[in-house]
Design a protein around this ligand. Structure first.
Ligand code: SAH
Length: 396
């Protein structure tokens, strides 16, 4: 195995089991490794630290497969996949018949940097997002087949982060049967239609599962605004939870059309919901001018911050949308507000939402801190895996 030698002192993060080696931490690599090649990471004194996948084009030059000296082969991937799947089975052991979709492999958190695998019914949908994941794609797929026995495995490696690794987009069937146009999943008794070919991420926001449940539990009798509704996940949960009326608001006509199908699939009477297609920033302002009010509002915008340069502008976006949200809430109303930008930390998000409440002249109490569902695992050693933050607020 080729060796990569770190600069003095740069072994610290590896000693804490953090799996990334940044280019700036590397002193030298006497033999230039190939793309995705397994390398040995050594301290400046030559001590073994980890085996990792080499990524020549990324700022993250290597991602750790293992902190023990071992071969990275099919056996290794089988162990990792087995362990991850076993973990999910334990997590959902009490509701497995009511839950047919979840994240099985959450990349770094599951010891498989760059590998995402989501289960949607009998199918798996995967993403290979790093050089190492790409180099071992066949073995990983083989192990997923062996452990999960899916009807088919579909790939959705059509995400911009691949460019940072020097990889092009790839999407399509990997093996088994083509998934149907929509897969119907069951989540705690609610059915959702998922299009794994065209849907966001691998098809659905599985990470919001627990938050959908929280909304359902508080929706009874309320007039609900589901802003940035996508295919209406929160809206359907609210309707099933007994909401008086649900307004889904999104800029995507296709997403709204699918949300109608999902409402129908769950037997929700069309008189109990409406869709508004438009730009949330504009539509919420119009609602405000019209004096419209809601009892429960969900604000789940897209990632406003993709890079440090976008931080300032992104923060303004979050502030603006939350300010509008506060204005539109009836006294005693509930606000569910989220940020999925990994670069925005929880404290900053709280400050932004607090500023918005202040400007709107509203007092808000945190009922619950919200985050990604636990199958979107976050390892203690890899805080970067935590991206979804939110608050359930009771607003006076
Ligand atoms: N809440 C959804 C996920 C939201 S994803 C769920 O739980 O499933 C973000 C959504 O915001 C996308 O559907 C996208 O079409 C929509 N969107 C992006 N910019 C928008 C804007 N300016 N106004 C309204 N919708 C927007």
């Amino acid at each position: 195995m080729k060796k990569v030698i770190l600069k003095p002192g740069r072994e610290k993060s590896l000693n804490r089991r953090h799996p990334w080696i940044f280019s700036g931490a590397i002193a030298r690599n006497p033999e230039e490794p190939e793309f995705g090649e397994t390398v040995e990471i050594c301290s400046s004194e030559g001590a073994f630290l980890a085996v990792a996948a080499w990524s020549p084009r990324s700022q993250i030059s290597a991602r750790v497969w293992s902190f023990s000296k071992r071969g990275i082969d099919r056996e290794f991937f089988l162990e990792q996949v087995r362990e991850a799947v076993r973990g999910r089975e334990a997590l959902f052991s009490e509701c497995s018949n009511q839950l047919t979709a979840c994240r099985l492999i959450a990349a770094e958190a599951d010891g498989l940097p760059g590998v995402i695998a989501d289960r949607y019914g009998d199918y798996l949908v995967c993403q290979f997002l790093s050089a190492g994941a790409e180099a071992h794609r066949n073995d990983i797929v083989d192990c997923l087949n062996e452990v999960c026995i899916p009807v088919g495995i579909y790939e959705r490696s059509d995400v911009s982060v691949r460019q940072k690794e020097g990889l092009n987009d790839r999407a399509g069937l990997i093996c088994g049967q083509e998934p149907p146009e929509v897969i119907v999943i069951n989540e705690n008794g609610i059915k959702y239609e998922v299009n794994v070919r065209t849907g966001h991420k691998t098809g659905f926001y599985l990470d919001q599962r627990d938050n959908r449940e929280a909304v359902a539990a508080h929706a009874s009798g309320r007039d609900v605004l589901n802003c940035f509704s996508y295919t209406g996940g929160f809206g359907v949960a609210a309707a099933v939870g007994g909401a008086k009326f649900v307004t889904n608001l999104d800029s995507s006509q296709n997403a709204l059309a699918l949300s109608d199908d999902i409402m129908r699939l769950n037997g929700i009477d069309p008189s109990r919901y409406a869709n508004v297609e438009g730009d949330a920033f504009k539509v919420l302002r119009e609602f405000r001018e019209q004096g419209r009010k809601f009892d429960l509002i969900i604000l789940d915008p897209p990632k406003f911050i993709e890079s440090q340069q976008q931080l300032h502008r992104g923060c303004r976006g979050y502030k603006d949308i939350n300010l509008l949200g506060f204005h539109l809430l009836n006294p005693g109303g509930m606000l569910y507000t989220f940020s999925c930008s990994g670069l925005m930390d929880s404290h900053l998000f709280q400050k932004i939402v607090a500023d918005a409440a202040l400007d709107a002249g509203r007092k808000a109490m945190i009922v619950k801190w919200l985050t990604q569902a636990p199958d979107h695992a976050v390892s203690l050693n890899f805080p970067e895996g935590f991206y979804l933050k939110g608050f359930q607020l009771q607003v006076q």
